[in-house]
Design a protein. Structure first.
Length: 223
Protein backbone atom coordinates (compact mmCIF):
# COMPACT_ATOMS: atom_id res chain seq x y z
CA UNK A 1 0.00 0.00 0.00
CA UNK A 2 2.31 2.72 -1.25
CA UNK A 3 2.01 6.38 -2.10
CA UNK A 4 0.27 7.84 0.96
CA UNK A 5 2.96 10.47 1.46
CA UNK A 6 2.97 11.63 -2.17
CA UNK A 7 -0.83 11.73 -2.21
CA UNK A 8 -0.79 14.11 0.77
CA UNK A 9 2.04 16.22 -0.62
CA UNK A 10 0.17 16.80 -3.89
CA UNK A 11 -2.70 18.21 -1.87
CA UNK A 12 -0.51 20.31 0.39
CA UNK A 13 -1.50 18.13 3.34
CA UNK A 14 0.67 16.56 6.08
CA UNK A 15 1.80 12.97 5.50
CA UNK A 16 -0.52 11.87 8.30
CA UNK A 17 -3.51 12.86 6.14
CA UNK A 18 -2.15 10.52 3.46
CA UNK A 19 -1.93 7.67 5.94
CA UNK A 20 -5.51 8.28 7.12
CA UNK A 21 -6.72 8.26 3.53
CA UNK A 22 -4.67 5.12 2.89
CA UNK A 23 -6.27 3.42 5.90
CA UNK A 24 -9.74 4.21 4.49
CA UNK A 25 -8.72 2.75 1.14
CA UNK A 26 -7.46 -0.37 2.89
CA UNK A 27 -10.85 -0.91 4.57
CA UNK A 28 -12.71 -0.38 1.32
CA UNK A 29 -10.48 -2.72 -0.66
CA UNK A 30 -10.47 -5.43 2.01
CA UNK A 31 -14.28 -5.42 2.13
CA UNK A 32 -14.52 -5.39 -1.63
CA UNK A 33 -12.00 -8.21 -2.08
CA UNK A 34 -13.94 -10.32 0.41
CA UNK A 35 -17.20 -9.50 -1.34
CA UNK A 36 -15.95 -10.62 -4.75
CA UNK A 37 -14.67 -13.88 -3.34
CA UNK A 38 -10.93 -13.38 -2.97
CA UNK A 39 -9.83 -16.10 -0.55
CA UNK A 40 -6.48 -14.73 0.61
CA UNK A 41 -5.22 -11.18 0.63
CA UNK A 42 -2.03 -9.89 2.21
CA UNK A 43 -1.43 -6.18 2.65
CA UNK A 44 1.98 -4.74 3.30
CA UNK A 45 1.20 -2.26 6.03
CA UNK A 46 4.52 -1.65 7.77
CA UNK A 47 7.94 -3.04 6.97
CA UNK A 48 10.90 -3.78 9.21
CA UNK A 49 12.56 -0.82 7.43
CA UNK A 50 9.73 1.64 8.16
CA UNK A 51 10.99 2.19 11.73
CA UNK A 52 13.60 4.50 10.22
CA UNK A 53 10.87 7.09 9.56
CA UNK A 54 10.43 10.09 11.89
CA UNK A 55 9.00 9.06 15.24
CA UNK A 56 5.85 11.16 14.77
CA UNK A 57 5.02 9.44 11.52
CA UNK A 58 5.64 5.96 12.96
CA UNK A 59 3.36 6.77 15.92
CA UNK A 60 0.73 8.11 13.57
CA UNK A 61 0.73 4.87 11.55
CA UNK A 62 0.63 2.70 14.69
CA UNK A 63 -2.29 4.76 15.99
CA UNK A 64 -4.20 4.06 12.75
CA UNK A 65 -3.63 0.33 13.29
CA UNK A 66 -5.01 0.59 16.78
CA UNK A 67 -8.08 2.47 15.57
CA UNK A 68 -8.71 -0.18 12.95
CA UNK A 69 -8.32 -3.01 15.45
CA UNK A 70 -10.46 -1.39 18.13
CA UNK A 71 -13.32 -1.31 15.67
CA UNK A 72 -13.80 -5.07 15.47
CA UNK A 73 -16.72 -4.59 13.08
CA UNK A 74 -14.11 -3.97 10.39
CA UNK A 75 -13.54 -7.66 10.05
CA UNK A 76 -15.98 -9.43 12.37
CA UNK A 77 -19.17 -8.27 10.66
CA UNK A 78 -17.51 -8.89 7.34
CA UNK A 79 -16.70 -12.50 8.24
CA UNK A 80 -13.02 -11.78 7.48
CA UNK A 81 -10.35 -13.86 9.20
CA UNK A 82 -7.44 -11.62 10.16
CA UNK A 83 -3.88 -12.70 10.78
CA UNK A 84 -0.87 -10.53 11.44
CA UNK A 85 2.40 -11.55 9.89
CA UNK A 86 5.76 -10.14 10.89
CA UNK A 87 8.23 -10.08 13.71
CA UNK A 88 6.35 -9.40 16.95
CA UNK A 89 9.38 -9.50 19.22
CA UNK A 90 9.92 -5.90 18.23
CA UNK A 91 10.38 -3.63 21.29
CA UNK A 92 8.64 -0.76 19.43
CA UNK A 93 5.37 -2.72 19.42
CA UNK A 94 3.74 -1.90 22.75
CA UNK A 95 1.51 -4.19 24.81
CA UNK A 96 -1.62 -2.35 23.72
CA UNK A 97 -1.12 -3.11 20.05
CA UNK A 98 0.00 -6.69 20.75
CA UNK A 99 -3.18 -7.28 22.77
CA UNK A 100 -5.36 -5.72 20.07
CA UNK A 101 -3.69 -7.97 17.50
CA UNK A 102 -4.20 -11.11 19.60
CA UNK A 103 -7.86 -10.17 20.21
CA UNK A 104 -8.50 -9.45 16.53
CA UNK A 105 -7.06 -12.81 15.53
CA UNK A 106 -8.99 -14.62 18.23
CA UNK A 107 -12.29 -12.84 17.52
CA UNK A 108 -12.12 -13.66 13.85
CA UNK A 109 -10.66 -17.16 14.01
CA UNK A 110 -13.93 -18.84 13.02
CA UNK A 111 -14.67 -16.49 10.13
CA UNK A 112 -15.23 -18.29 6.87
CA UNK A 113 -14.69 -15.36 4.51
CA UNK A 114 -11.44 -13.99 3.19
CA UNK A 115 -8.16 -14.62 5.00
CA UNK A 116 -6.67 -11.18 5.47
CA UNK A 117 -2.99 -11.10 6.34
CA UNK A 118 -1.73 -7.78 7.60
CA UNK A 119 2.03 -7.56 7.31
CA UNK A 120 3.28 -5.48 10.22
CA UNK A 121 6.96 -5.17 11.05
CA UNK A 122 7.29 -7.56 8.17
CA UNK A 123 10.37 -8.30 6.08
CA UNK A 124 10.68 -11.20 3.68
CA UNK A 125 14.32 -11.86 4.49
CA UNK A 126 13.50 -11.72 8.19
CA UNK A 127 10.68 -14.21 7.63
CA UNK A 128 12.99 -16.67 5.86
CA UNK A 129 15.65 -16.15 8.54
CA UNK A 130 13.08 -16.92 11.24
CA UNK A 131 12.02 -20.08 9.40
CA UNK A 132 15.63 -21.21 9.07
CA UNK A 133 16.15 -20.71 12.82
CA UNK A 134 13.12 -22.87 13.63
CA UNK A 135 14.26 -25.60 11.26
CA UNK A 136 17.86 -25.42 12.58
CA UNK A 137 16.51 -25.93 16.11
CA UNK A 138 14.66 -29.04 14.93
CA UNK A 139 17.83 -30.36 13.36
CA UNK A 140 19.79 -29.61 16.55
CA UNK A 141 17.18 -31.55 18.54
CA UNK A 142 17.43 -34.34 15.97
CA UNK A 143 13.71 -34.04 15.18
CA UNK A 144 14.64 -33.95 11.48
CA UNK A 145 17.82 -34.56 9.46
CA UNK A 146 19.40 -31.77 7.45
CA UNK A 147 18.86 -33.92 4.37
CA UNK A 148 15.11 -33.90 4.94
CA UNK A 149 14.88 -30.11 4.65
CA UNK A 150 12.79 -29.54 1.56
CA UNK A 151 11.21 -26.38 0.17
CA UNK A 152 8.03 -27.57 1.82
CA UNK A 153 9.71 -27.68 5.23
CA UNK A 154 10.83 -24.07 4.80
CA UNK A 155 7.38 -23.02 3.55
CA UNK A 156 5.73 -24.69 6.54
CA UNK A 157 7.75 -22.51 8.86
CA UNK A 158 7.08 -19.19 7.19
CA UNK A 159 4.53 -16.80 8.73
CA UNK A 160 2.15 -17.82 5.93
CA UNK A 161 2.40 -21.52 6.71
CA UNK A 162 -0.66 -23.44 5.54
CA UNK A 163 -1.69 -20.73 3.06
CA UNK A 164 -1.37 -20.87 -0.73
CA UNK A 165 1.28 -18.77 -2.45
CA UNK A 166 0.03 -15.50 -3.94
CA UNK A 167 -1.19 -15.59 -7.54
CA UNK A 168 -1.10 -11.86 -8.02
CA UNK A 169 0.99 -9.09 -6.46
CA UNK A 170 -0.26 -5.55 -6.90
CA UNK A 171 2.09 -2.62 -6.44
CA UNK A 172 0.63 0.85 -6.70
CA UNK A 173 2.27 4.30 -6.75
CA UNK A 174 4.54 3.82 -9.75
CA UNK A 175 7.23 1.81 -8.00
CA UNK A 176 8.54 -1.32 -9.67
CA UNK A 177 10.00 -3.36 -6.89
CA UNK A 178 9.01 -5.90 -4.28
CA UNK A 179 10.62 -4.14 -1.30
CA UNK A 180 11.14 -7.35 0.64
CA UNK A 181 7.46 -8.37 0.41
CA UNK A 182 6.66 -12.12 0.36
CA UNK A 183 9.90 -12.80 -1.46
CA UNK A 184 9.77 -16.55 -1.02
CA UNK A 185 6.04 -16.87 -1.69
CA UNK A 186 6.02 -14.70 -4.81
CA UNK A 187 8.52 -16.78 -6.82
CA UNK A 188 5.87 -17.52 -9.47
CA UNK A 189 3.39 -14.75 -8.75
CA UNK A 190 2.10 -12.47 -11.48
CA UNK A 191 2.86 -8.78 -10.96
CA UNK A 192 0.61 -5.83 -11.65
CA UNK A 193 1.93 -2.31 -11.40
CA UNK A 194 0.00 0.92 -11.39
CA UNK A 195 0.80 4.62 -11.04
CA UNK A 196 -2.28 5.10 -8.88
CA UNK A 197 -1.31 6.23 -5.38
CA UNK A 198 -2.73 3.96 -2.71
CA UNK A 199 -5.26 6.46 -1.28
CA UNK A 200 -6.72 6.76 -4.82
CA UNK A 201 -6.88 3.00 -5.36
CA UNK A 202 -10.49 1.96 -5.99
CA UNK A 203 -12.35 -1.34 -6.39
CA UNK A 204 -12.25 -0.71 -10.16
CA UNK A 205 -8.45 -0.89 -10.02
CA UNK A 206 -8.61 -4.24 -8.27
CA UNK A 207 -11.08 -5.42 -10.92
CA UNK A 208 -8.68 -4.31 -13.65
CA UNK A 209 -5.72 -6.06 -11.99
CA UNK A 210 -7.72 -9.29 -11.77
CA UNK A 211 -8.93 -8.95 -15.34
CA UNK A 212 -5.36 -8.45 -16.59
CA UNK A 213 -4.21 -11.35 -14.43
CA UNK A 214 -6.82 -13.62 -15.98
CA UNK A 215 -5.30 -12.95 -19.44
CA UNK A 216 -1.83 -14.04 -18.36
CA UNK A 217 -0.50 -17.39 -19.38
CA UNK A 218 1.14 -18.98 -16.36
CA UNK A 219 3.53 -21.75 -17.23
CA UNK A 220 5.41 -22.20 -13.95
CA UNK A 221 8.57 -23.00 -15.87
CA UNK A 222 6.78 -25.37 -18.26
CA UNK A 223 5.85 -24.61 -21.86
C1 LIG B 1 2.87 3.78 2.32
O1 LIG B 1 2.93 5.11 1.87
C2 LIG B 1 2.55 3.70 3.78
C3 LIG B 1 3.52 2.98 4.63
C4 LIG B 1 4.72 2.60 4.29
C5 LIG B 1 3.11 2.75 6.02
P1 LIG B 1 4.25 5.94 1.97
O2 LIG B 1 4.27 6.65 3.28
O3 LIG B 1 5.45 5.09 1.70
O4 LIG B 1 4.04 7.00 0.81
P2 LIG B 1 5.16 7.65 -0.13
O5 LIG B 1 5.93 6.53 -0.75
O6 LIG B 1 5.99 8.53 0.74
O7 LIG B 1 4.36 8.42 -1.13
MG1 LIG C 1 6.55 4.65 -0.02
Amino acid sequence: MDGNGRWAKRRGLPRSAGHSAGARTFKTIARYANKIGIKYMTVYAFSTENWSRPKDEVNNILELFKQYLRDASNFKDENIKVKFIGDFNEPHLDDEILTLIADAEKNSENATGMHLNIALNYGGRQEITDAVKIVAEKVAKKEICANDITEEVIADNLYTSGQPYPDLIIRPSGEYRLSNFLIWQSAYAEFWFSDVLWPDFKPKHLDKAIEDYSMRNRRFGGI
